[in-house]
Design a protein around this ligand. Sequence first.
Ligand code: CO
Length: 294
Amino acid sequence: MDDDTRDKYVEAGRIAREARELAVEIASPGTELVNIAEKAEEFIREEGAEPAFPVNLSLNDHAAHYTPSRSDDTVIEEEDLLNIDVGAHVDGYIGDTAVTVDPSGENQELVEASEDALDAALDIIEPGVSLGDIGAAIQEAIDSYGFSPVRNLSGHGLGHYEQHTGKTIPNIDTGSGKTLEEGEAVAIEPFATDGKGKVKDGGPGNIYRLDNENARGRTGRKILGEVKNRFRGLPFTSRWIESVPAARLKTAMSNLVRSGNLHSYDILREAGEGLVSQKEHTVIVGEDPTVTTR
Ligand code: CO
């Protein structure tokens, strides 16, 4: 990785971290989820970066892939558990980071299980470490609390304008002998649950990705043009679309999903309706790894 690229990863990581901290600060009981998402995204833009994906806000048995729409009036309640997953990019170089908020303090052990798992993984990261060993470190830490890692969610490599690319970094011991290399950027993200340890699809989550830019109608073409120019293949949400008035947006978006132009991500929900906690950092692999989001 050259110095210029590294500097951009480090700057994206700083901005993602500060946006995450801001989101945690405002995520007190009674706050609308849409406010948390919009304030964090606004902060990222004010700092000169762009969101790498919409702020994911996952309540209770939701693990990931939900962002509120403008009309969503859901608030965080005292007894909720909320995962906040934030991404920022500088010229396509991404910082990806997440944390769990537990206003009542009733689920601190579950929160600590993913925190400890992330620390255990970061502690062994160096060039040549196997993906299986990282998964084993995560699994062992979460097991020691009596919880389960979510086995079908994983960490991932980061690329230029690519949020999930290259290697898949497991949250369980898969025995994989594949290794991390010097200078690779990866996101490590353990999820812990008191449920079945697996997620299932839970319906549309208001997060999209461009799949095919050739739409038939004018409205669709307008949206896809904006999506292509502004988001460059990264995930986005209808909240961000400016080229079509809000009143026509909902129908236009569902048409684009139906025609295969847009991929709509499903909310990922714990299969046993267990609570899910998450902790994530972005790391540049090295003898002395750089954790950009810490
Ligand atoms: Co991630």
